[in-house]
Design a protein. Structure first.
Length: 335
C-alpha cells in the first residue's frame, strides 16, 4: 500500500526559502534600467542614465549610449535639489575617501581595509574590471566605514521588517521605526503542537524550540520515510540522517515537527544509545520524562546542538549533544 504523507507537509514561504537558501523562487521580474540622473524617475530607453549591472558603454541594440567624457568614462552626477537621494550615493563627497595605490596594492588588499567591502564592489565603484591590476599612484574611491555601516544597518532593518510582514499577513508592525530583530520575533511568537502525548513548542520560522513529555514504549509509531528524507531542507548536510526528536519506538509522531536533520553518527551512536537506556528504564517500571531544547544559528532549521534533559525516579540529568560527528573510542560511542 502506498503511504500518503501529504497531510504532513511542512508549511513553506518564499521568504523562509530565501533566508535558508539565499535563492529566490522562480518569479518573472521586469526592470527598467533607465532613469533621470537628477530626479531618479524612470525614462524611456535611451534617456538619462543606464543602471544595469552591465557595461553602460555597450548598450543593447536600439538603446542610446550614456553620455561619456573624453576618456570614455561616465561623468559623475552632481547633487541637485531635485535629487535629494544623491547624498546616499557612495560617490557623494562625504561618503568616501580617495586612496592612492601603493606598491603591492590590489583591489582585494584595499577592500580588506573596510569591513563589509568586497573587491568586486570596489571594482564596480571605480569602473574597473574585477581582475584589474592597479598602477602605482592610481587614485581610487573607497567608501567610508560609516557609510558601509549605515548600509549594513539598513539591510538588517529591511530583513527585520520583511520577516515581520511575512509572518503577519503583510501587516506593518505597530512601530515601524523600531522593528524587532528576526531573532526577537522568533523567540516571542511560539505556538504549541501536541501529538501522541508529546508537546512541541514551534517558532514562526517553523522550528521546534522545545519538545517535552513522558516516554511510552507501549505504543510504537510507524515512520515516514519521505519526511525523514526531507528533514532539514536546504540546511541538511550530506552526512545527515532524517532523525526524530522522539523516536518511533516511543510513539513519536510522524508529523514534520518531530523530524530534524541529524548527523548520521550522532543519530546512530550517542542518541541511539541514550534512547536505548530510556527504553530499558521504561520497560522495567521506571518512567522517563524528557525535555529537549534544540539550538539553531540564525534562521537555519538544522539545530547545531541539543540540550537533552531527562528525569527518572525524580533524578534529573542534563547533557549537551553537538549535532556532529564525535570521535569514537575502541570503535564504540558512548552516551
Amino acid at each position: 500500500m502506498i503511504e500518503d504523507d501529504r497531510s504532513d507537509e511542512r508549511p513553506q514561504s518564499a521568504f523562509a526559502f530565501y533566508l535558508r537558501t539565499g535563492r529566490r523562487l522562480d518569479l518573472e521580474v521586469k526592470f527598467n534600467p533607465w532613469h533621470d540622473p537628477d530626479d531618479g524617475r524612470f525614462t524611456f530607453a535611451g534617456g538619462g542614465s543606464y543602471s544595469s549591472g552591465s557595461d553602460p558603454a555597450q548598450p543593447r541594440a536600439g538603446m542610446a549610449r550614456v553620455p561619456q567624457d573624453a576618456r570614455g568614462r561616465t561623468p559623475p552626477r552632481r547633487a541637485t535639489r531635485q535629487n535629494p537621494f544623491r547624498r546616499f550615493d557612495p560617490r557623494y563627497p562625504t561618503n568616501h575617501s580617495v586612496y592612492v595605490a601603493q606598491a603591492g596594492d590590489s583591489l582585494t588588499r584595499i577592500a580588506s581595509k573596510r569591513k563589509g567591502l568586497t573587491p568586486s564592489d570596489l571594482a564596480r565603484l571605480n569602473d574597473l574590471p574585477t581582475d584589474a591590476r592597479l598602477k602605482l599612484g592610481q587614485r581610487l574611491i573607497v567608501p567610508t566605514q560609516a557609510y558601509l555601516d549605515v548600509g549594513k544597518a539598513s539591510r538588517t532593518n529591511f530583513m527585520n521588517l520583511a520577516f515581520y510582514m511575512e509572518t503577519h499577513g503583510g501587516k506593518f508592525p505597530p512601530n515601524i521605526a523600531h522593528v524587532p530583530s528576526v531573532t526577537a520575533q522568533l523567540d516571542s511568537e511560539i505556538t504549541t503542537r501536541t501529538a501522541n502525548g508529546y508537546h512541541y513548542d514551534i517558532d514562526s520560522a517553523l522550528r521546534p524550540r522545545r519538545i517535552y513529555g513522558e516516554l511510552d514504549t507501549s505504543r510504537p509509531e510507524r515512520r515516514s520515510k519521505r519526511l525523514q528524507r526531507e528533514a532539514g531542507g536546504a540546511d541538511r548536510l550530506p552526512t545527515d540522517d532524517g532523525g526524530h526528536f522522539v523516536a518511533a519506538r516511543f510513539g513519536g509522531p510522524r508529523e514534520w515537527f518531530n523530524h530534524f536533520a541529524q548527523d548520521a553518527s550522532f543519530n546512530r551512536g550517542r542518541y541511539n544509545n541514550l534512547e536505548t537506556s530510556w527504553a530499558k528504564s521504561d520497560r522495567t517500571g521506571h518512567p522517563v520524562s524528557i525535555n529537549i531544547v534544540p539550538h539553531y544559528r540564525g534562521v537555519s532549521i538544522r539545530p547545531y546542538t541539543l540540550t537533552v534533559e531527562w528525569t527518572i525516579d525524580g533524578k534529573k540529568t542534563s547533557r549537551e549533544f553537538p549535532n556532529e560527528k564525535k570521535e569514537t573510542h575502541n570503535g564504540r560511542q558512548g552516551i
